[in-house]
Write a protein of this length. Structure first.
Length: 120
């Protein structure tokens, strides 16, 4: 995985977002084991404490479950995963509209562009 971190957001939050995206996209399915803290830290080029913090937050959010000696697993709560999918899609749509408006586009122009793009 090609990890590229931005300077404007804490790394553990970026790891959380990446894991969430991997869960929603199906890279990690419900019940799948996540990479070990040290393995992910090595792959990402970060301190294991950073990954530990990200995993702990994902667990607090109910997206990851910890099994004492076996590691961490994606939640088997399909409703929780679907809620995450909806939240992420809403965020991306809001972000798209915000950026298009920043480009000076009004709602009609945005609708026209989206319709054209959809039809292609």
């Amino acid at each position: 995985m090609g990890w590229k971190f931005s300077d404007d957001t804490p790394i553990y939050l970026q790891i959380i977002e990446e894991v969430k995206t991997d869960i929603v996209s199906g890279k990690y399915k419900t019940g799948d084991k996540l990479p070990a803290v040290r393995d992910l830290a090595y792959d990402a080029g970060v301190n294991p404490n950073t990954v530990q913090r990200a995993y702990a937050e994902l667990e607090r959010q109910g997206l990851v479950q910890s099994e004492r000696t076996s590691g961490r697993f994606v939640s088997i709560d399909d409703e929780k995963i679907e809620e995450l999918r909806k939240d992420l899609s809403d965020f991306y749509i809001r972000e798209l509209f915000r950026r298009l408006r920043d480009l000076g586009m009004d709602d009609k122009k945005i609708r026209d562009v989206l319709s054209k793009w959809r039809d292609e």
